[in-house]
Write a protein that binds this ligand. Structure first.
Ligand SMILES: NC(=O)c1ccc[n+]([C@@H]2O[C@H](COP(=O)([O-])OP(=O)(O)OC[C@H]3O[C@@H](n4cnc5c(N)ncnc54)[C@H](OP(=O)(O)O)[C@@H]3O)[C@@H](O)[C@H]2O)c1
Length: 309
């Protein structure tokens, strides 16, 4: 990534924190958005406290920092199906994205010459007739549709990164499958699972960051969607068994939890990401899990592991 001024939303989150570190390492000046007050850890990092679902907030941020490239990662990320999540998921995932796209489209020339929007494997494939399976999935699917709409009608320089199931160090939400299972296995407790039969495309965090950086930089890809996944499927049960085996912990307790309804199976199509982005995943599952275990152990030892539900 060239050292250009960059804005990252969702910068306090799992992927956002890794991305900010990578951008700083590349010499970028980074403006970062969180709804919480944050402390800058680098002279090239400046935090903005803003709720992007609130009118006027993204305009205030863009006017203050005029980024060349925007990485929009802010999101309420949850696979829960509860009715109570429909409106919060709509606001955090769809309303915030539409506000950002509208503001970026109206920004003066030079500002927002590239907007990378984080999509998800939870969105149904473009030509699919199936309904999204959760409040998160439907809001993200609509946000992806808006991104294409803004590009088609207003020539907004949007690139969609459709991210598959990310794992790696720094995933502070301990309810997510990989950190949850590692934490249980470190205590020699069996992780409690659903049937575990869902096949999932797992992708290591460093590979996702490399794909996002390429999506922010490669010329002539506006309006395109790129899958960032491994292209391979491994079931929930298989990945947790690998974790338990690596940590000599009891095997997972299968069927302890109910399966979720409308669980989709999607495998990343990475041929286009390879040919157009020049990106391909580098870290295999065994190596990625090893790095994740080492990272989580380190976070626990240093007291840096923040438990968030
Ligand atoms: N992790 C995955 O496996 C995965 C898979 C596919 C796609 N993705 C996508 O990748 C992106 C990042 O995911 P992640 O796992 O890093 O999520 P995350 O750790 O939950 O971080 C997302 C951050 O967004 C911020 N946010 C939420 N609502 C906001 C709002 N209204 N205004 C401003 N900021 C808001 C929150 O930060 P504050 O609380 O500090 O405001 C939150 O920490 C998301 O768009 C997600 O859909 C992730």
């Amino acid at each position: 990534m060239q050292p250009v001024p960059v804005l990252v939303t969702g910068a306090s989150g799992f992927i956002g924190a890794h991305l900010v570190r990578a951008l700083l390492a590349a010499g970028c000046r980074v403006d970062a958005v969180s709804r919480q007050a944050q402390t800058a850890t680098s002279p090239n990092l400046r935090w903005w406290q803003a709720d992007l679902a609130v009118a006027g907030e993204i305009e205030r941020v863009l006017a203050g920092c005029a980024p060349e490239v925007v990485f929009h990662l802010a999101s309420l990320v949850t696979g829960k199906r509860d009715l109570e999540l429909v409106l919060p998921a709509f606001q955090a995932n769809l309303e915030s994205t539409v506000r950002l796209l509208a503001a970026a489209s109206a920004a003066p020339s030079g500002c927002c010459r590239r907007v990378v929007v984080a999509g998800t494997m939870e969105e149904p494939d473009r030509n699919s007739v199936e309904a999204p399976g959760s409040p998160y999935a439907v809001a993200k699917a609509a946000a992806a549709l808006y991104a294409r709409f803004f590009h088609s009608l207003y020539a907004t320089p949007v690139v969609m990164a459709r991210i598959f199931m990310v794992y790696g160090p720094g995933q502070v939400d301990h309810t997510k499958l990989v950190p949850y299972s590692i934490l249980r296995a470190l205590r020699k407790e069996a992780p409690r699972l659903t049937s575990g039969t869902r096949p999932v495309d797992w992708i290591y965090i460093d590979d996702v960051i490399a794909g996002l950086l390429a999506a922010g930089e490669v010329a002539g890809i506006e309006g395109e969607t790129f899958d960032l996944g491994s292209g391979e499927l491994v079931t929930v049960r298989q990945i947790v068994e690998k974790i338990c085996h690596a940590l000599a912990a009891p095997p997972p307790e299968i069927g302890a939890l109910a399966d979720r309804p409308l669980e989709a199976v999607r495998r990343a199509s990475i041929a286009k990401s390879i040919s157009r982005l020049g990106w391909r995943p580098q870290v295999g599952l065994e190596e990625g899990l090893h790095r994740t275990i080492v990272g989580l152990r380190g976070e626990l030892a240093s007291g840096a592991h923040v438990v968030r539900s």
